[in-house]
Design a protein around this ligand. Structure first.
Ligand SMILES: [Zn+2]
Length: 105
């Protein structure tokens, strides 16, 4: 399957996840119940999930833009080529494996 198609599918999935989380977060937890309440825990968990989903949607959109520009699969940090096997697993990644590892340190 071409990258663009795979990314479109990824984008739809990530967008659906984000919409779902936005719906869940529409009803704010009652912070008066006190700390340690499962409702608050869930709320915070969903907030973290939403941040993650937002980042994913953003990076997939960027990847799609890069395909359009012809710079897809090029590492943003070292400008080397990203391993196609890595792109298969993480189609929206912007870093090669070496730079991703270095960035995590
Ligand atoms: Zn790199």
């Amino acid at each position: 399957m071409p990258e663009r198609e795979r990314l479109q599918i990824e984008l739809e999935k990530a967008q659906a996840e984000l919409d779902q989380l936005n719906k869940l977060l529409e009803h704010k937890a009652d912070y008066a119940i006190g700390e340690g309440d499962p409702a608050i825990y869930n709320w915070e968990f969903n907030l973290a999930q939403r941040r993650r989903a937002e980042r994913k949607v953003k990076s997939i959109k960027e990847a799609l833009q890069k395909i359009g520009e012809g710079t897809y699969g090029v590492c943003e940090r070292c400008h080397g080529e990203i391993d196609p096997e890595r792109l298969k697993i993480l189609p929206h990644t912007t870093l090669c494996i070496e730079c991703a590892r270095a960035g995590r340190k």
